[in-house]
Design a protein around this ligand. Structure first.
Ligand code: PLP
Length: 380
């Protein structure tokens, strides 16, 4: 038995994406070259850009391809901060539950670039505190260079009220990290009204190492990478045509059955509650993505559970970052009110397009034994 319930970490590539990518790998031509080889690659690449633009509801010129979601987040946060700082604004506002690809650049701006960083707290269900944000904007709105709040959280799947954030923010630029949301819940750049939005291909059945920053057409920000200026002078580097084409094919493929995955998630939650009544489903009261379930199993230790699960043939995740081989307590669960101990007694199960009812039921069948053994290991 080998069951993969870690689709929030990365997804299997869909066939159409793999085929499109392999076909393009055999083609020759730098898309910036003016000869016929270059122009042929450029044409395929611009078609791919149009596909991504259509899927996220923006203009093709608003798509800036990057080498990852991490890079897109860095370009957005640092670039919007630098643009704001030039106008005397030094405050960076993020949420307490951001991915490290926002948390860490924010910390870097604080330690190296003179920024002040304020984190918006979340409710026990993991939704950002809009009252806190509104008060902050009422009091210090003139100082804010950028607000970056993720669209849905990668550990709990909790969806954030971004349209409301944009409304409260008024003229302040808002970026959202939509890496986990794209193709899993409705996502429209133009309707949301954000200035910048991050995507990553490998979370939607596309290849690793390709992402995009959707950046409003009129916005100019300083770049991180200087060179050929390929992407609106904001991102330099020869465009990775095969990966971009794989990304677009995955985005267009409609391979993600939202209703079925939601049913699987709910079947799993009901099953967990039946076999382990003291388990806590984190964020259960909030609007969530279809595929992510984060559960705290009291009196256990996440690392032990992960290994026991792996031994039982199930790949899942602790959801939190790993430093020197040891998982830290998740900052997301801590922000939701967990203690260090209970935050470190939690696992994330993430379902995807290839998940089945049999996968779900198998995990439920091994779970009681895994938890019993995890508790025994924890009590010695
Ligand atoms: C919410 C979120 N943002 C950003 C990233 C980073 O994306 P990438 O793996 O493309 O760098 C991830 C990946 O785990 C994520 O879940």
């Amino acid at each position: 038995m080998s069951i993969y319930l870690d689709h929030a970490a990365t997804t299997p590539m869909v066939d159409v994406a793999m085929n499109a990518m392999v076909t393009q790998l055999a083609e020759l031509g730098n898309p910036s070259s003016l000869h016929s080889h270059g122009r042929a690659t450029r044409k395929t690449l611009e078609d791919a850009r149009e596909v991504i633009a259509k899927e996220v509801d923006c203009l093709p010129t608003e798509v800036i391809f990057t080498a990852s979601g991490t890079e897109a987040n860095n370009i957005a946060l640092k670039g919007l901060y630098w643009a704001g700082r030039a106008a005397g604004k030094k405050l960076v506002v993020i949420s307490a539950i951001e991915h490290h690809a926002i948390l860490d650049p924010a910390h870097w701006l604080l330690t190296h670039e003179g920024a002040e960083v304020i984190q918006v707290p979340v409710t026990p269900d993991g939704v950002i505190d809009l009252v806190f944000l509104k008060e902050l904007i009422d009091n210090r709105g003139q100082e804010i260079a950028v607000i970056s709040i993720m669209h849905a959280n990668n550990e709990t799947g909790v969806i954030q009220p971004i349209a409301e954030v944009v409304r409260i923010a008024g003229q302040i630029p808002v970026h959202t990290d939509a890496v986990q949301s794209f193709k899993k819940t409705p996502l429209s750049f133009s309707t949301l009204g954000v200035i910048a939005l991050t995507l990553s291909a490998h979370k939607i059945g596309g290849p690793l190492g390709i992402g995009a920053l959707i950046l409003r057409r009129t916005v100019e920000i300083p770049s991180l990478l200087h060179g050929g200026g390929q992407e609106r002078e904001i991102r330099s580097g020869t465009l990775n045509a095969p990966s971009i084409i794989g990304f677009a094919a995955a985005a267009a493929s409609e391979h993600y059955p939202v209703d079925e995955i939601t049913d699987l998630r709910d079947r799993f939650i009901a099953g967990v509650r039946e076999v382990l009544p003291d388990a806590i489903v984190n964020g259960a009261g909030a609007d969530r993505l279809p595929g992510i379930v984060n559960v705290t199993f009291p009196h256990t230790q996440s690392d032990t559970l992960l290994l026991l699960m792996d031994g039982a043939g199930v790949s899942c995740s602790t959801g939190s970052a790993c430093s020197a081989g040891v998982h830290e307590a998740s900052h997301v669960l801590l922000a939701m009110g967990h203690t260090e101990v209970t935050a470190q007694s939690s696992l994330r199960f993430s379902f995807g397009a290839t998940s089945t009812t049999a996968d779900c039921d198998f995990v439920l069948s091994v779970l009681p034994d895994v938890i019993t053994r995890g508790r025994a290991a924890n009590s010695v």
